[in-house]
Design a protein around this ligand. Structure first.
Ligand SMILES: [Zn+2]
Length: 202
């Protein structure tokens, strides 16, 4: 019970601290409406240092990538120069999210973050693995583990006398994560490696 009360008191103190720091304006877009505390995800510290005071519009767009309107974030042109590390971090993350638009990348290039703040900012970025291997069937359709395929020609199974017949369905394939041309599946009770060029997803 005591810890709950402490937590509530801390929240109130934090809000007061942030109101003072921000001058009661959104620390990202300077709006004065619907302001509240936003705790920055993946922060190495807690409390006001890891939070910003922002408006509802900013908060909604930060939390929902699909609602991000790039024009709203032109405000970062100014707020990225804030001396508050938490504001710098959020500005950097939003610019990074929008960088494909061009102008956010220009701002990112101009932005200076000290080493610690840069590491904090980057902690929130989900790395997209551009080198990930993608398996495709003979028609170029992407194959995923668990898919079913059919063989589009008779295949001789290496190391045995078995022929896997054209039209054979292979259910619940698995993918070879080293080689985009290889998948594995069970044919006639035997686990075999199949080249993706000879299958069609069903
Ligand atoms: Zn705002």
């Amino acid at each position: 019970m005591n810890s709950v009360i402490f937590a509530e008191i801390n929240t109130v103190i934090m809000e007061k601290e942030l109101q003072l720091r921000s001058g009661n304006k959104c620390e990202l877009c300077t709006s004065e409406e619907n302001l509240s505390v936003f705790e920055i995800p993946k922060s190495p510290m807690a409390g006001a240092d890891a939070a910003i005071y922002i408006c509802n519009v900013c908060k909604e767009q930060i939390e929902d990538e699909d609602k991000t309107e790039s024009n709203h974030w032109r405000c970062l042109n100014d707020s990225m120069w804030s001396t508050v590390p938490a504001v710098q971090v959020m500005a950097w993350r939003m610019l990074n999210r929008l960088k494909a638009e061009g102008w956010p990348q220009d701002l990112l290039d101009m932005m200076y973050l000290d080493e610690e703040t840069a590491a904090w900012a980057k902690a929130g970025v989900i790395e997209k693995n551009e080198n990930a291997i993608i398996h495709r069937d003979s028609n170029g359709v992407i194959l995923e583990a668990g898919d079913s395929v059919v063989l589009i020609k008779d295949l001789k199974v290496k190391g045995s006398s078995m022929i896997a017949k054209q039209g054979t369905a292979v259910r619940r394939i698995s993918l070879d994560h080293e080689n985009e041309k290889f998948i594995e599946g069970r044919v006639d009770g035997q686990q075999i490696v199949i080249i993706t060029d000879f299958v069609k997803k069903v």
